[in-house]
Design a protein. Structure first.
Length: 218
């Protein structure tokens, strides 16, 4: 049994590595773009004019209220109605980016609004402009507050990447299913996939904790 499993693992090594690579690439891209979008939307929610705040709030409510699977399917199929054919890989990144952005925006909004109003007034009193106040006073404090929640969002994003298999993205879960279809070792390879996801999420948590410690001493 063990020799048979090792043989199948060796045969499946390249598809598994490809699946892991795709999962990591998609997750990293969605985290980076989602965090950038979330930062912009979160700042707009707190400091933007009323129409901009309404648009941002609608975006957040729709994204947070829509199941990720529905969001993935909508991102993949709706553009085809208008003659736009985005590949499954691109559609998957867009879907996860929108999902990530809405959550980052909400946690940034909450962090900024919990900061004492006196922080802004003190920055203004020493001659700092609003962008300077954001860069040197408000955002560094907000960053310390949101880091633990942001790490959790990153972990959830890796988990959500498994849903991209429904639109044919060759991430780890789909590659695992293809391998199982060939060798019928269902339990063994699903356990292996689960272990790989566990390692990826553990690595994210450790990296996040390291960043937290580094930021805490500044």
């Amino acid at each position: 049994m063990m020799s048979s499993l090792l043989t199948q693992l060796w045969i499946a090594r390249l598809p598994l590595l490809m699946g892991v690579a795709n999962t990591v690439q998609i997750s990293v891209a969605a985290i980076i773009f989602g965090t950038l979008i979330g930062a912009i939307v979160g700042l707009a929610l707190v400091y933007g004019r009323a129409p901009i705040r309404w648009i941002c709030r609608i975006y957040i409510d729709i994204m947070r209220g829509t199941p990720v699977l529905v969001l993935v399917l909508a991102t993949f199929y709706i553009p085809t109605v208008f003659g736009v054919r985005a590949g499954s890989y691109v559609a998957g990144i867009i879907a996860l980016t929108l999902f990530c952005g809405s959550h980052v925006a909400e946690i940034l909004r909450g962090a900024l609004q919990t900061l004492p109003r006196g922080q802004t007034e003190a920055a203004r009193s020493i001659g700092l402009t609003f962008p300077q106040s954001l860069a040197y006073v408000l955002l560094p404090q907000a960053l310390r507050l949101i880091l633990p929640v942001w790490i959790n969002v990153c972990v959830e994003l890796v988990k959500a990447s498994t849903l991209l298999s429904v639109i044919g993205v060759g991430e780890l879960l789909l590659k695992t299913q293809e391998i199982i279809a060939r060798n019928s070792m269902t339990m063994e390879f699903y356990l292996l996939a689960g272990l790989i996801y566990l390692v990826l999420n553990f690595a994210i948590e450790r990296l996040g904790k390291a960043i937290e410690r580094r930021v805490a001493f500044r």
